[in-house]
Structure formats: structure tokens, C-alpha cells
Design a protein around this ligand. Sequence first.
Ligand code: COA
Length: 415
Amino acid sequence: MGKALDGVRILDFTHVQSGPTCTQLLAWFGADVIKVERAGAGDITREQLRDIPDVDSLYFTMLNHNKRSVTIDTKNPEGKLVLEALIQKCDVLVENFAPGALDRMGFTWERIQELNPKMIVASVKGFGPGPYEDCKVYENVAQCAGGAASTTGFDDGPPVVSGAQIGDSGTGLHLALGIVTALFQRVSTGRGQRVLAAMQDGVLNLCRVKLRDQQRLERTGVMKEYPQYPNGTFGEAVPRAGNASGGGQPGWILKCKGWEADPNAYIYFITQAPVWAKICNVIGKEEWATDPEYATPAARLPRLKEIFAEIERWTMTKTKFEAMEILNKYDIPCGPILSMKEIAEEPSLRKTGTIVEVDHPLRGKYLTVGNPIKLSDSPTEVTRSPLLGEHTEEVMAELGYSLDQISALRVAGAI
Ligand code: COA
């Protein structure tokens, strides 16, 4: 079966996490992704957090599946010519260098347009235009500058960053959408364009509900679904919400049987209004279903702590999976706190290709996260990440270079 992005060629000039997550997605949808790396070194993540000496790290392998790797020294004049040939052959150039690096290399937007007016140039940067536009940025800087850290954690503690890589992988996802949208527009205009996804913007987009709450707070001075209500105080900015749900149905994380020994014996429990009577039945507080102090969502808001404490008395008598089974029977929304070990071993995730086992010639078998987006007519087959420069000769030959020319470029240190 063909793939959605068959025939699309991506010049993948990305490194670390944000850019590579984007181009990996495009590769999974069928694009030919040619990753350009520096000879001898390659993407810095090849050697970071290594678990096996001299073997590409899981950090690298898990972000660079289904790609080809070529080595080019793009600061060498002959190397630049190879990159120019690639620019002429590809549809999209994706990069996430520090601001200005591509220009310093000599590949400005104007120069790229001269070489290939149809080329789409897609970039991840830490910040958009403004006071921080020249800054280098990593994941947690973006989480802090995008509003995630100030709103995550508990009110009596410091800001907290999330384990979800919303700054890097989140921005990679945003960029991928920008690229396919630009490819779609190119069908009618025949022209390329620049696509920018700034990490601060991507994180803020994912924190949209917190900007909603900021404005609600400024208008009313209080947020009744936050754990600070009714006994705590509210300041000028949206506070950290602990484990409160970000929406209109209050929720919290509750202990389950075994919590004393297992750090993940917890469940997320949502007191969704339409199933309130069922919740009361399950936990043995039938009278709350009709008691005016508890019967309506508005009446419950000042009592959420007491209500969740009572529900927890029930969840502590069940394992998280037993609680799930019972609550699901009554359509009560809830979710177990799953450890990475439990997720890695979950058979249904293996079956859908969300967790995939991949074989690598140097490291052997390892697990990775497959394509989380499933297209019925464009299924994803995950193949291993390339070794450094594994496809240099193959790609150079496709560009029209002879074997002698390739050898000469190697000797000159251009590839
Ligand atoms: N041949 C020759 N030179 C190459 C090359 C190649 N194939 N590939 C990269 N380089 C050069 C670049 O031109 C640059 O040179 P310059 O500084 O002389 O202009 C140099 O390598 C380093 O690039 P840079 O991007 O500055 O790397 P860094 O390791 O110092 O910084 C980041 C890393 C992630 C902080 C930075 O790239 C960045 O802020 N990127 C944008 C935001 C981002 O994506 N952050 C998240 C990463 S997960």
C-alpha cells in the first residue's frame, strides 16, 4: 500500500529532539527524509545518555526512525555545493539550529529561494520575534516561558516542569502540521514559504486553558474549581492547580490499595456531573445524591476536598485496576496512574503499533513509541534509525555524483 507522503523529499537538517520528532512523523507518513549530519560527529544525541558504549543512544534511535543519514560538512565550500544539490532536489528543508546558524552557513531564505523557489523552509526556534528571539532554548526553558511551569505543581511548592516533552516533541508536532499545510498550499500557488514554530508559542498553545483561567481570575477574583477555593487565597496570576482537572468536571488523584509501597498505586477520578448519583452509590454515600449540600455541581465546589477524601476511602480498598473495572461499569470517568514499566508491557499498545519493538544492528532489540497518529490508508511501519552517514553514497549517487567524485569529496573532508 502507498503512503500519504510518498514522493515528498525532506532535507532534514534537525538535531536533538524538537526537529527530529517532526521529521520522524513525516517519515512515518511516507516522506523520504534525508538527515544531514556533520561527518565524524553527527547529531549530538547519538552520544548522549548512552546505555551501551559506542552504540547510538536510545535518545537518538527513538527520534530518528525511517530516515536516511548523509554526512556533509556544510561549512566546507565543496560540502556547500552538495547541500545546494540537495536543496534543489527536496521539497522541504527542516531545521532547528540556534537562531541565525543557517544564515551564517550561507543558506539564507533568499539564497534557498534562488536555488529552489518551491522549497518550504520549516524552523523550530525557542522564541518568535521579540526580546528573546536570539536565545538558544531547550525543553524546560520553553515549558517555563510558555506558562506550563508556573501553573504546574502544588500551590505550596515551586513551579514544576512536566515529564511530557511539550516544548520539544510538542513543537515538533506543531511544525509537522505547518509543513503539510504549506505543502497543501503549494499545490495551488506553486511557491514555497517559511514555516516557523516557536517553542514558547507551542507550549502556550497547549496551556490555552490557563490563559482562559487568568482572565476568569481577573474578572471574578476566584476560581471555584481550584483546590485553593474556598479556604485558600488567590493572587494576581493563575495559581498551580495540583491535580485539579483543567475543565468543568472536578477531578483529583486518589490513593488505591497498595499505595504505601507502590508509588503509582493511584487513580485519577472525575466527579462528572451526569454520573454523580452512580458515584454516590458506588462509594456507599447514597444520601449525597439528593442532599442539597451535595446534589448539584455548584453545591459541591466548596466541598471538593471532603468529597474526594470520602471517595478515596473507597478507592483505597481496591487496586487501581479493580477500581477501573468497577467505575467503568457505571460510566464514571477515571484513569489508572500507569508506570512506564506497565505501559511498556501493555499488550494492547503493542497490538496497535503504539509501542513497537525494533531491531538495531549494533544495539539489538529495543522498544520505541510508534506513530501515535493512525491513518487507515497509510499505515506506519517503523524501521530503525540510520547509522551515521549510512546513506551518504546512496544519496550522492541519486544526486548524480560518480564514485570517483564521492571519493574525492571524502578526501577533501566535504562529506
Ligand atoms: N556541517 C558543518 N557545521 C554544522 C553542521 C554540518 N553538517 N550542522 C550544524 N553545524 C553547525 C551550525 O552551523 C552551527 O555553527 P555556528 O554556531 O558557527 O553558526 C553549529 O553547528 C551549532 O549549531 P547550534 O544550533 O548552535 O547547536 P548548539 O548545540 O550550540 O545548540 C540548541 C543547540 C538546541 C540549543 C540550538 O540549536 C537551538 O536553540 N535550537 C532552536 C531551538 C530548539 O530546537 N531547541 C530544542 C532542541 S531539542
